[in-house]
Design a protein. Structure first.
Length: 298
């Protein structure tokens, strides 16, 4: 089956959004939303190291190097947080600037005159997805669709396998410890999954869109439902809305596709913030007005 270029771009965005939403929901609930941003900065020294060791900018070695430093980032954050002396957000703020600075120094010292194509890693160019293909049998398959699909499937299997453990450690870590469900172990698995998901998506869509898809759909879904399974379904749906709507908007406005997808996701969040049935600003304002009227009558 042959897909059009537009379909491949939308599928890439939607599958990346699916993998990100499956994990992003738990990041939002655990108040670790900054982790995606941390990973996007921490991969820079990995890219530099791979280039210095191999002299190659091929996607696979770059992804491996970036993933190694992403894993180092999340493990370091978890280790610092585990001391109990520093909170999660502070631990993130300590680790990723150090790794990002290390990458900047590496480029300045060893690769100042060499183009490492960092723009594609940071900003991404999802419009190139149809032209990056791999041969499977007699068919050419878009590499981004294949990788994003595999990662989304692995994330789905992981969340399904750890569903009860993820729920209890997210909502009641104290109770989780009493029943032998280690919150620390679960957190490490989740953080490692986030790092692998983010790094594998960088080559296709760039770090900025990955951070957006990790957090914004999940944050919007958080406002729309109080059920975990509903939050995941809504977050995945918003991700696909962002992929389809962002592509259409970009074609209409002749603008960046990745940027348009991120903007549509942000618009979805803004709509949820205003109009969510229970937690939206409008609903809260109406509830406050009703309470004031009831108090006045009393």
């Amino acid at each position: 089956m042959t897909f059009s270029d537009d379909t491949i771009i939308i599928m890439t965005g939607g599958l990346v959004a699916t993998g990100c939403a499956l994990l992003g929901v738990f990041l939002v609930l655990r108040r670790q939303a900054l982790l995606g941003d941390a990973v996007s900065h921490a991969v820079l020294p990995g890219i530099v190291v791979v280039f210095l060791l191999t002299g190659s900018r091929a996607p696979l070695p770059v992804i491996i190097g970036a993933a190694a430093f992403a894993l180092l980032c999340v493990l370091a954050i978890d280790a610092i947080r585990g001391t109990g002396l520093v909170k999660s957000d502070a631990a993130i703020g300590l680790v990723f600037p150090a790794l990002f600075a290390l990458g900047v120094l590496g480029i300045d010292r060893y690769a100042a005159d060499i183009h490492l194509d960092l723009d594609s890693t940071i900003y991404g160019e999802i419009a190139f997805a149809p032209f990056r293909t791999v041969e499977i049998g007699d068919a050419l398959v878009a590499r981004s669709v294949l990788i994003a699909g595999i990662v989304a499937l692995v994330d789905l299997v992981l969340v399904a396998a750890l569903w009860r453990r993820l729920k209890v450690t997210t909502f009641d870590p104290t109770f989780a410890r009493t029943i032998g469900a280690s919150p620390d172990w679960t957190s490490r698995v989740l953080l490692l999954a986030v790092s692998v998901t983010a790094v594998t998506a960088f080559d296709a869509v760039g770090a900025i869109l990955v951070v957006t898809l990790l957090i914004v759909p999940a944050a919007a879904a958080y406002l729309l439902t109080d059920r975990l399974i509903g939050m995941i379904v809504i977050a995945v749906g918003i991700g696909w809305v962002a992929a389809i709507g962002g592509h259409a908007a970009a074609i209409e406005a002749d603008a960046s596709i990745a940027g348009s997808m991120g903007l549509v996701a942000a618009v979805c969040f803004a709509v949820a913030l205003l109009l969510a049935p229970r937690h939206g600003l409008v609903a809260r304002r109406l509830a406050l007005t009703r309470r004031r009227r009831a108090a006045a009558r009393a």
